[in-house]
Design a protein around this ligand. Sequence first.
Ligand code: PGA
Length: 249
Amino acid sequence: MARRKIIAGNWKMNKTPSEAVALVNELKPLVACDDVDVVFCVPAIDIIPVMEAAKGSNIQVGAENMYYEESGAYTGEISPAMLTDVGVKYVVLGHSERREYFAETNETVNKKVLKAFEHGITPIMCCGETLDQREQGVTIDFIRQQIKVGLQNVTADQAKTMVIAYEPIWAIGTGKVATTEQAQEVCAAIRACVGEIYDEATAQAIRIQYGGSVSAASAPELFAQNDIDGGLVGGAALKPDFGKIVNYK
Ligand code: PGA
């Protein structure tokens, strides 16, 4: 069975609620497309207004982060129930910026992935190597570790429904997109790793995105690769270009 592509925007810390509504209204007609899943992952405070603005369109709304406890004394955090209460279906977990600036580890990412599943939220779990790691030839080893720890205690049935985003850190926000071969090679290795952890059926079902300076120009070739099931898009998700990325065919 062919995997349905999933193209997600990661807004990062951009757009106030009123700017977010204006952007959704601008992008709504441009991202109309029945062939792919379109997700806008937006700052927590933008989720409700973006949901409202996206009503009646094909845009699904995701969060950029979530905490792994149910509720309580965790000042500043957002709980899974807060997200599901307003209809959030996806959450980005373990983005490299969260790992770098907010001390996320494979272990905390794993806790969040498990908690998201408990609440019926689909995780978009991120992984990716630094330039140093790539130059030292340890990319695949490093990513396998991120995947194996991130998926601990996740069942095969859960894994089949989730999304993994491969985002080489050196390609994020740099304009330096990985070559199609580099992106495909690592996405294939991620799929093989999922196959080792579970089975071939799980490996074939899980969706794997590429992220890192995806543009309207690079999307068609990237998304045509066997193991690349769409993209996680930062900078270009804030522009009309995102419509071209969604309608890359
Ligand atoms: P970029 O960001 O497309 O701006 O490189 C991608 C991401 O960080 O998800």
